[in-house]
Write a protein that binds this ligand. Structure first.
Ligand SMILES: [Zn+2]
Length: 389
């Protein structure tokens, strides 16, 4: 099946101007100002975009695809996320994480959910492990999971500086980081240690000490939720500027912000303070619980992370902070692809996967193509239900 997109205002993410795109199967095979129609014997569907903005499909690097939560009993477990809830929010690639609960949930369940998203036509990978130590795995070891389980590309979200963590020591963090680093090498995968950082006073101490006393590269450590309070964001900015780590900003829903900085303000602040743009990623924590705890660690309120929060952050970066679209896109596209080493993701170039979002001038998602298949057209779901499989 060929699909010819006419008159796309292309952001690859760099601005490329008005172009036609030809998609064959799940790949982009040609981009040019004007593409000739293939011979009439070839089945082709043409879509005239009339100058609409076409950007890379967003990559959400932290999604609780199985649903997270459960921190106030089994009735507070969040249900699994649907493929539609991701795709309709412009997300064509998701990286799944388990979260607090590896007791009533498992990494196997996470891998199965990721394979389910792939079968539906999205792109998905995941981290092995959860908040806790020892790291729960599928094969019995971190290195084994990276080597033998296709969707597993890192470890996470391992919790530090949080009352829900396993209270890991530096030596324990170093051992996990070494295993994910070397496992990544053996498997030719990213080998990232994706760290959930809580609001404890130790902040990013463990990461700084691990970098000080080991030979591990900064690229192994990818701390997330770093905008959960201003003090932690200051530490994260220093870690990115001085140590070269890539930091992950969480797009918390407005109603669950608490002490957190909204993701758009956090990204703008990072850029103001000199963090190189390529060291910033932004994820939704979609499907994760957004708890509020009392002083005894009891949950008193709970929201749920929403996949749509990352495109809303993109919108605010452009409209409220006046960032050029091609700049604002990078924490959601190229930077995530580089961090997790997803070679055919995050860019609109010949040979890349045909993952595209079509957004209007108000930055609302009007169309989505994932691996060559249309999920959303003119703001309406294209009916890629189970019956289409
Ligand atoms: Zn987390």
């Amino acid at each position: 099946m060929l699909r010819l997109l006419r008159n796309a205002e292309l952001f690859a993410p760099e601005p490329r101007g008005r172009n036609d795109l030809l998609i064959a199967g799940d790949r982009i095979v040609a981009i040019a100002e004007t593409l000739a129609m293939p011979p009439s014997v070839v089945p082709i569907e043409t879509w005239d975009l009339a100058g609409a903005n076409v950007v890379p499909g967003l990559i959400d690097g932290h999604v609780h695809v199985t649903g997270g939560g459960g921190e106030a009993g089994p009735h507070t477990k969040v249900p699994p996320l649907s493929a539609e809830s991701l795709a309709y929010a412009g997300i064509t690639t998701a990286i799944g994480v388990l979260g607090t609960d590896a007791t009533t949930r498992s990494v196997r369940e996470l891998v199965a959910a990721v394979l389910g998203l792939r079968a539906r036509g999205l792109s998905a990978w995941c981290c092995t492990g959860s908040y806790e130590l020892p790291v729960p795995t599928v094969t019995g070891s971190i290195r084994g999971d990276l080597a033998f389980v296709d969707p597993i590309i890192g470890v996470g979200e391992l919790a530090i500086s949080d009352h829900r963590s396993s209270q890991p020591t530096v030596d324990e963090i170093l051992r996990v980081a070494a295993d994910v680093h070397v496992g990544g090498m053996l498997a030719n995968k990213a080998g990232v240690l994706h760290l959930h950082v809580g609001d404890g006073v130790r902040g990013l101490d463990l990461v700084r000490i691990a970098l000080d006393i080991s030979e591990l590269p900064a690229s192994v450590f990818h701390p997330t939720h770093v905008n959960r309070n201003p003090r932690l964001l200051d530490e994260a900015i220093a870690l990115a500027c001085d140590r070269g780590c890539t930091i992950d900003i969480t797009a918390f829903p407005d109603e669950d912000l608490g002490d957190a900085l909204p993701a758009d303000r956090a990204i703008a602040l990072c850029l103001d303070r000199g963090v190189p743009l390529e060291r910033i990623t932004c994820s939704s924590d979609g499907g994760g619980c957004m708890p509020t705890f009392d002083r005894d660690g009891r949950l008193v309120a709970m929201g749920v992370g929403q996949p749509g929060s990352i495109v809303e952050t993109l919108r605010r970066l452009v409209i409220n902070h006046h960032l050029p679209l091609h700049v604002a896109l990078q924490p959601f596209t190229t930077n995530v692809a580089r961090t997790f080493r997803l070679a055919r993701k995050g860019r609109i170039v010949v040979g890349a996967d045909a993952d595209l979002a079509i957004i209007d001038d108000r930055l609302l998602v009007r169309g989505v193509i994932a691996r060559g298949e249309v999920w959303l057209r003119d703001g309406i779901g294209a009916g890629r239900g189970l019956a289409n499989i």
